[in-house]
Ligand binder design. Structure first.
Ligand SMILES: [Zn+2]
Length: 157
């Protein structure tokens, strides 16, 4: 059994006991979950700050030096390039970073992201493929996922 902290649309917090994370997802989908205070079926799991998993959208450790496309450090290779080319370069660097630091779980991504979120698998950054429906389901369960336009066969491997 696992216990989840749940929150209804009216802001009532309560605990739910489930046989598994799948059990929770199933009950939520069929709207079997109800707030004991107001009966609302609009119930979601509340991720606590220490347990939230960022999945594929961020590295596990915050970068030591904050950096972003808004304040690019000029490097010699950027000299003379137009802003669009520089943005492309930064974006591809960011993707490289993301891809090399995350584990490729392929089509198992939705399942794996769910397991990590519900602490049934080790917490780590992952990447993989998900259908639009699977993506929406993950978001619906409050699991943070991000979409990137990366071709399935990325050239880093
Ligand atoms: Zn309520």
């Amino acid at each position: 059994m696992i216990v989840f902290d749940l929150l209804c649309a009216s802001g009532h917090r309560f605990e739910g006991w489930f046989g598994s994370a799948d059990d929770f997802a199933r009950q939520k989908k069929r709207r079997l979950l109800e707030c004991p205070t107001c009966g609302s079926a609009e119930v979601r799991r509340v991720p606590s700050a220490t347990r939230a998993n960022l999945g594929a959208q961020a590295p596990a450790q915050p970068p030591k030096q904050p950096q972003g496309p808004k304040t690019p450090a000029k490097t010699p290779e950027m000299e003379g390039k137009d802003p669009f080319a520089i943005a492309q370069m930064l974006y591809s660097k960011m993707l490289d970073e993301l891809l090399t630091k995350s584990e490729d779980v392929g089509k198992a991504f939705p399942e794996e992201a769910r397991k990590i979120f519900y602490e049934q698998a080790p917490s780590r950054p992952i990447r993989g493929q998900a259908t639009n429906e699977e993506h929406d389901e993950l978001l619906d369960e409050g699991i943070p996922v991000a979409r990137f336009p990366i071709p399935p066969s990325d050239k880093l491997n």
